[in-house]
Design a protein around this ligand. Structure first.
Ligand code: PLP
Length: 379
């Protein structure tokens, strides 16, 4: 059986979790391992502030509070994304304005953002699909011109860059995920990256149930109290310990995934030349992190046939998002601006192949051979 995903495990995770339990005697949030993780992102990605959170979903919810999103506000996002990208804003009463994606990267089409802006628009939420960057220079220019926040959903983009800048550090806020399906994991977890220090104090308060407990622990106030909106967005030290072991090996994990991705790409190039499938496209200036390897088929029918064919050979492949604007809650909380030319069509063609840290060359070759044989038998 070739699994679609196996959670990453590089070696020191157990030792660090033991250390948290036996030596540090600290299990709740914001202990030594949380601090190490935060500092790792601040140093490696040269970002003023990073705070790990209980999930990317929660990091996004924090940004919605930090941007003071209010009922009636609008945010612009792609429809081809995970629910949390927009749910975070719906929770604050915002209306979601979906725009179409580019078929080449499956990212928000930057040329469709400006026409979707109204006087109610507060933020743009680019999602870096498969760890491949959105066209951030253009998006940042639009945001500046219209005084909008940019919140990068970089759940899949840890260690990817756009023109040399790490994804998640370009917009006002960046949100990461460390769910077990992501490149770096702590089971469930995430992080918020903050570019402007004026938001840092408030972010710490929101993350700590709306209290100034972080300041109290640093000795900056002599007691802590309820000062703002908030929730419990800080992860346990056990999770942080797991993540820290992976961050220490971030380059190794990244390289291993990129090697696997390249193997798929080279192995499937021939089928692309024969115009049987399409392969992912990485725009110039983008360095990706091999979060995902997908191929595109002719359409829904062929994709279902290939999924079943691979399954019959014990290979698990999966499709991805059902466009949000066509889902029950999407109809209620959002609207699609412009025409859905690519979102639905391209989402129905896309198939994700097994890719995880440590996947063997033999397994990748088996997947490639199975796909080749699918086309030989079905033609
Ligand atoms: C995984 C993912 C999320 C949610 O991350 P969690 O950490 O599970 O909350 C949000 N957005 C995108 C694009 C994702 O891929």
């Amino acid at each position: 059986m070739i699994n679609f995903n196996v959670p990453p495990f590089v070696g020191k995770e157990e030792q660090y979790i033991r250390e948290a339990i036996i030596e540090n005697r600290k299990l709740c949030g914001d202990g030594p391992f949380t601090k190490k993780c935060n500092e790792w992102f601040e140093n490696e990605f040269k970002t003023p502030k990073a705070l790990i959170t209980t999930s990317c979903t929660h990091a996004l919810e924090m940004t919605a509070i930090l941007c003071n999103i209010k009922p009636g506000d609008e945010v612009i996002a792609p429809s081809y994304t995970f629910v949390s990208t927009v749910n975070a804003f719906v929770l604050r009463g915002a209306k979601i304005v979906f725009v179409d994606i580019r078929p080449d990267t499956m990212n928000i089409d930057e040329t469709l953002i400006e026409p979707a802006i109204t006087e109610k628009t507060k933020a743009i939420i680019p999602v870096h699909y498969a760890g491949v960057a959105c066209e951030m220079d253009i998006i940042m220019d639009i945001a500046k011109k219209h005084k909008l926040y940019v919140i990068e959903d970089a759940a899949q983009g840890v260690m990817s860059t756009y023109k040399g800048k790490p994804l998640g550090t370009i917009g006002d806020f960046g949100c990461y995920s460390f769910h077990e399906t992501k490149n770096y994991s702590m089971g469930e977890g995430g992080a918020i990256l903050i570019q402007n220090n004026k938001f840092t104090d408030r972010a710490e308060v929101i993350r700590e149930k709306g209290t100034d407990r972080s300041k109290f622990f640093r000795g900056e106030v002599d007691k802590y109290s309820w000062v703002d909106l908030g929730s419990s967005f800080l992860p346990s030290e056990l999770n942080a310990a797991y993540l820290y072991a992976q961050l220490e090996e971030a380059d190794k994990i990244n390289k291993n995934r990129l090697d696997a991705w390249d193997l798929y790409y080279r192995g499937l190039e021939n089928l692309e030349k024969r115009e049987l499938i399409e392969l992912p496209y990485i725009p110039k200036g983008c360095k990706h992190n091999a979060h995902m390897f997908y191929i595109k088929l002719k359409g829904l029918k062929e994709r279902s046939e290939l999924i079943n064919y691979l399954k019959s050979r014990d290979i698990l492949s999966v499709f991805h998002y059902i466009p949000l604007h066509s889902a029950k809650a999407g109809i209620e909380f959002g609207r699609f601006h412009g025409e859905d030319i690519y979102t639905t069509k391209e989402s129905e063609r896309l198939l994700r192949l097994p890719l995880y840290y440590g996947i063997s060359k033999e397994d990748i070759n088996s997947v490639i051979i199975a796909i080749e044989e699918f086309f030989t038998t079905s033609i």
